[in-house]
Design a protein around this ligand. Structure first.
Ligand code: FES
Length: 89
């Protein structure tokens, strides 16, 4: 089955990075490794999105999420997995 690729962009601006995206990036990479999603989820760094006050920000398929805590990130990943039927085999 050809799954649509999921693009997750992690803001690497200094504000977001120090507010939590450093940790979020580790969580993301861990999740992808554990669930074998390398071919399905494309993780990219991106430059400041201009929403520093609401950071840390992460964009998933063009939707910007702000104030992304590790627990929110895990919820988002879980939602994606459920929707896409990811995490099989
Ligand atoms: S540093 Fe991430 S939005 Fe500015």
């Amino acid at each position: 089955m050809d799954l649509e690729k999921i693009v997750i962009e992690v803001c690497m601006g200094s504000s977001c990075f120090s507010r939590g995206n450093k940790r979020n990036l580790e969580i993301l990479q861990d999740y992808i490794r554990k669930e074998h999603l390398d071919g399905t989820v494309d993780v990219r760094g991106k430059l400041c999105a201009g929403s520093c006050k609401k950071g840390p920000t992460i964009t998933i398929n063009g939707n910007l999420y702000s104030g992304v805590t590790p627990s929110l990130l895990k919820t988002l990943l879980q939602t994606l997995s459920d929707r896409k039927g990811l995490g099989h085999g």
